[in-house]
Design a protein around this ligand. Structure first.
Ligand code: IMP
Ligand code: MG
Length: 178
């Protein structure tokens, strides 16, 4: 088997600095509100853990499980693997995602959460990746913006591997353009 190449894209230091800035902004914007941070499993688990510790107002935490990928391409179908535990009605929901690519996963999750009648619903993502966007999404908070590529590390996987890598890398596999 040919080993993939990992090209560094975003350093640990830059992730920390941006998470801190976004956490401060969320703290300001949600003052006096009834915030629930809702992480989308599994990819967002590390970002969520770091982000919530940069938010200094009281808030609650929940998770939704959703999966759509096999290898480096979206299957187009999403499967819910975990439902939220908390009551979302009349509360201020901030969805926390690892990466928005086509937007299909988030569009389906947004439609689902809308049915639960939250007071507000916004999106925070670690990475906003634009090239393949199909479903228009209003991303309120994005730590980083990328045009294209398939990235791993800091929670992001390729076939469930590399989530434990401390920073973000572009995964170059056989057949990729140099
Ligand atoms: P979308 O439905 O195409 O927007 O894909 C969203 C989900 O696919 C993300 O939450 C990730 O779990 C996964 N994904 C999309 N792009 C990448 C990537 O570059 N690396 C790792 N996972 C990705
Ligand atoms: Mg994800």
């Amino acid at each position: 088997m040919i080993m993939p190449d990992f090209i560094p894209v975003i350093s640990r230091k830059d992730i920390h600095a941006r998470t801190r800035e976004i956490g401060k902004q969320i703290t300001k914007d949600y003052k006096g509100k009834d915030l629930i941070l809702v992480g989308i499993l599994k990819g967002a688990f590390i970002f969520m853990a770091d982000l919530c510790r940069q938010i200094s107002i009281d808030h609650e935490i929940d998770f939704i499980g959703a999966s759509s990928y096999e290898g480096t391409s979206s299957t187009g179908q999403i499967v819910f693997t975990k439902q939220p535990d908390l009551e979302f009605k009349n509360r201020d929901i901030l969805l926390v995602e690892d990466i928005v690519d086509t937007g299909n996963t988030l569009c389906k999750i947004i439609n689902f959460i809308d049915l639960l009648n939250p007071k507000s619903l916004n999106i925070c993502t670690l990475i906003d990746k634009h090239e393949r966007r199909k479903c228009k999404i209003d991303v309120r908070y994005a730590c980083f913006s990328l045009e294209k590529g398939f990235i791993v590390g800091y929670g992001l996987d390729y076939n469930e591997k590399y989530r434990n890598m401390p920073a973000i890398y572009d995964l170059q596999t056989e057949g990729d353009a140099p």
